[in-house]
Design a protein around this ligand. Sequence first.
Ligand code: ATP
Ligand code: MG
Length: 434
Amino acid sequence: MILRTHYSGQIRPDMDGSEVVLAGHAHETRDLGGILFLVVRDREGLSQVTMVAKRTERSILETVRGLSRESVVSVRGKVKAEAKAPRGFEIIPSSVQVLARADSPLPLDPTGKVDCELDTRLDSRFMDLRRPASMAVFRIESAVLQSLRQTFYSKGFTEVCTPKVVATATEGGTALFPISYFEKEAFLNQSPQLYKQILMSTGLDRVFEIGPIFRAEEHDTRRHLNEAISVDIEMSYADHDDVMALLESAVAEAYRFVGEVCQHELSVLGLDLHVPKTPFRRVTYTEALDMAREAGRASMEWGDDIDTETEHYLGSTIGEHYFLTDWPAKVKPYYTQPYDDRPEVSKGFDLMHPTMELASGAQRVHDYGLLVERMKSQGLDPDGFEFYLKAFRYGMPPHAGWGLGLGRLVQTMLGLENIRDAVLFPRDRKRLVP
Ligand code: ATP
Ligand code: MG
């Protein structure tokens, strides 16, 4: 049984006379008495099926007249070039098969003609994704993932999967989800950091992981969720500059690739994607602080974390992707390598989009003694990290890496107001379903 031979996007007026089988949702039916239209929607667009009442089999007319919106159909018919039809062709059907009926009323309007609230859309995400503008985001996200993987593979990286159920926090913080794990205390992992570093001691040298991270913070922002997908890499015999170079080329290449393979999706979204120019500007923490202070926009002291307001000022002044480098060691995690000659300054960096942070990374501490000392200076007990520290005692190469938020990358690439628009089934303080 052939239910589909072509997607809408593959049918052109010059195929006049050929037989095709289309399948999709019944987007719209219009009954003008003497003539009937059925518009079928599939992931590539719309096709108009036209039935002149006098010349069409009665059973087909009955089927189409009884069709509820969004039912699933398969239509066999001949392509006819028709200048008046929306895409220059129409389909003259020889059979219309109903594969599944849709109830009515619909939970939301999938044609996109009627605007609706984000919450309503997320409640019925399956229906929301039928809207071309929603679906386009996730087709693009898939291309972003494909591009990132291609970049990593082309540079000799191995894809790895580390555990999401763990016994300790990455940074000893409090932002963890406890879970029940037999008779033990366990948590959902907030980052693959410790595991990807452990893997650097094995000789694998270059690893990447694309997987969920869990943060139990009670965020209520447009860029935070409690479950996010992190694109993580770790690389041996490399410093912070090496991994910044990899990060900017991976991001720029993802833009270029999306521009090449997602033309339909970008046009649905009305976007003209500009590939960010590399190398991205490097701005040290101290320079950033001076810029903000000169403009009277920062009341921070050297050593404070950069607040959101200052971040926005810097973003709007710089106006493109940039790296914030040379952070004070005390605001970056214990595993961040300090400069040899300036121990108060670290080789940690953030990749910034003008509107938000996209990634954090660093050259890591690979010396066991220094790592223990850094842990203690941040108030952590090394005993709780034995499984991690052990990997540093038997030959750990120097290494560096970063973690990039997939949702934020897609959100900023497409100019989406809310990260929830870039995540299929977002998890936040209030949302656990669907
Ligand atoms: P922020 O300061 O914006 O809360 P962070 O510095 O706590 O982020 P990192 O631990 O550096 O985040 O994680 C690396 C990247 O993972 C971030 O730059 C971001 O892109 C993404 N990320 C982290 N936490 C979240 C979250 N709660 N929701 C969405 N993405 C996140
Ligand atoms: Mg960060």
